[in-house]
Design a protein around this ligand. Structure first.
Ligand code: HEM
Length: 518
């Protein structure tokens, strides 16, 4: 690439050091900023300060900008040459590449380290997944997070072509006969570690609202149909959703009740002929609700709590809710006004809704643990880079022990979460779905509680490390600001921390031997 540019010696560049003829060097690239200096978002004066005009401004630049600034087309144009005999050393995001920043990848992806769980097959799968995410999903994630529109259909279609939507529901019969990731993994080989990889790679986009917008509703709303729907219902709905042609969401929580599913007030009553449900009520904070075609709805029925699949139609209305993450997630307030639904759309037994939900919760929470564990690594990556390139009091930030102490906590927390996650995932690969429900509900609840507490602590520390930039939506701290603003979603969705902690302990208490004494 450097061949396209003219080569200059540093002495030649140094001659262009006047306001009306101003060049600078950044990482051996030569920029003509004569006209740009008056348009520069950081002001004109910075270009005229000592050591900048005609000089190497690499250190000054990276103390104030992310690399991606240089990649924006309007700024790329400012480059007029390269320094003779030198090659640029600093690179931005390389599609598909693993990070070399310590602890920025989980141990199993770090060169020279080993894992008892991940095979060569998983590694091949991860490589393909990362490339796909970097090339296809990441650019859309950044753009939609900004404009708040739902994820582009082209991305959803590209994911469908690889059968990613199906894989995100985990291993199982629904994968039979499908070509997964272009044939890299056979359906019968696909396990929870593959699924963990998918979730963790998506999270690297660093766009929390988009992550949920990208068929998050399918991950939690389709399993009840898949596991408890009638064969006819499954034959219609599952292919539509997994091909990305229709969208589904899980509609449980209400303004009146969140984690307390027995407090729900949406009612479903049978018509006199017994052929339909009439559903009336409201739902709140429903991910993907604004654009969903199907709603997996928790309803109060005569026999207790029943889950019913409702298709968008007469009496169904969805309105966006403004939350602290972007509207790309499609978070909705939903009203069901005397909606007529065929009884064939009942998922599981009438009155057996709690069983439908509980079996779903485990998987949902585990997916959220996968996401939380990986997103915490993004903090490490950002903070290690920032503290190395940012100088304060004449020294890099990482020369301060108090900063290193914060980094230590961040790394230790992230590593412990990932290790525990891998242990639980290994249990899942060896247990039936039913076994998982009884044996892993407690451990998964604990892991989610622990993981999101760690994430919140690390987010707070990262803001302290980034200072004002940690609360600024553009510029160097943009990922930190975004993470800190949205980390509470992980800590609430799928069960609030305190509720999960209590669930885990109650499960443990149930397992206490009656004869146990001190
Ligand atoms: C080709 C060269 C440069 C380009 C294209 C450029 C572009 C930008 C852009 C887009 C911003 C807005 C903040 C962001 O989005 O990150 C910015 C801010 C800034 N720039 Fe530059 N810049 C260049 C060189 C420099 C140099 C050499 C200096 C210092 C000597 C400098 C100092 C600043 C400062 C102080 C800010 C404000 C930072 C903040 O608000 O945190 N820039 N620049």
């Amino acid at each position: 690439m450097s061949l396209e540019y003219k080569s200059y010696t540093k002495d030649e560049v140094a001659k262009h050091n006047k306001p009306n003829d101003l060049w600078i060097i950044i990482d051996s690239r030569v920029y003509d900023v004569t006209r740009f200096k008056n348009l520069h978002p950081g002001g004109t004066s910075v270009f005229l300060e000592e050591g900048i005009p005609g000089q190497d401004a690499t250190e000054a630049f990276f103390g104030l900008h992310r690399y991606e600034v240089l990649e924006r087309p309007q700024y790329k144009r400012l480059q007029i040459g390269v320094i003779d005999g030198e090659e640029p050393q600093i690179t931005g995001r390389q599609p598909g590449a693993l990070s070399k920043v310590p602890y920025s990848e989980p141990t199993w992806l770090t060169e020279g380290y080993y894992s008892p769980y991940f095979t060569d097959g998983h590694r091949k799968f991860q490589k393909a997944m990362r490339k796909f995410i970097d090339e296809v999903v990441y650019p859309d994630a950044q753009a939609r997070e900004l404009d708040g529109k739902r994820p582009s259909q082209s991305v959803v279609d590209a994911m469908a072509a690889l059968n990613l939507h199906a894989m995100r529901l985990g291993p199982g019969k629904h994968l039979k006969g499908l070509t997964l990731m272009g044939g890299i993994v056979k359906p019968e080989e696909f396990d929870y570690f593959h699924e963990l990889i998918i979730t963790q790679e998506v999270v690297r986009c660093g766009a929390r609202g988009y992550g949920d917008g990208l068929m998050g509703g399918c991950v939690i709303g389709l399993p009840p149909v898949l596991n408890f729907g009638s064969p006819e219902l499954k034959a219609k709905v599952v292919p539509e959703v997994l091909s990305g042609k229709k969208y589904i969401c899980l509609a449980i929580s209400e303004a009146h009740a969140g984690s307390d599913v027995f407090g729900l007030q949406t009612t479903a009553t049978k018509t006199d002929d017994g052929k339909h449900w009439i559903v009336t009520g409201t739902k709140k904070w429903i991910t993907n609700g604004t654009f969903a075609d199907y709603f997996t709805v928790g309803c109060k029925t005569e026999d207790g709590f029943t889950v019913i699949l409702i298709e968008r139609g007469e009496g169904v209305e969805t309105k966006p809710i403004k939350t602290s993450y972007s509207s790309t997630a499609g978070t909705a307030y939903i009203t069901f006004d005397n909606v007529k639904v065929p009884v064939e759309n009942t998922l599981g037994e009438e009155g057996g809704g709690i069983f439908v939900m509980l079996s779903n919760f485990n998987h949902e929470r585990w997916v959220m643990c996968c996401a939380s564990a990986r997103s915490q690594r993004l903090l490490i990556d950002e903070c290690l880079k920032w503290t190395a390139q940012r100088k304060a009091f004449g020294k890099p930030l990482n020369s301060l022990a108090v900063i290193r102490g914060k980094l230590a906590g961040m790394i230790a927390r992230t590593e412990s979460v990932q290790s525990w996650l891998e242990t639980i995932t290994y249990q899942m690969t060896n247990m039936s779905y039913k076994e998982q429900a009884s044996k892993l509900a407690g451990p998964i609840a604990f892991l989610k509680m622990y993981s999101t507490r760690c994430a919140q602590e690390s987010a707070t520390d990262a803001v302290q490390i980034f200072g004002g930039r940690g609360i600024t939506q553009t510029g160097m701290g943009r990922f930190i600001e975004h993470y800190h603003r949205t980390v509470a979603f992980d800590a609430l969705l799928g069960g609030a921390e305190d509720v999960l902690a209590d669930l885990g302990v109650r499960q443990a208490m149930r397992g206490m031997p009656k004869t146990a004494r001190l």
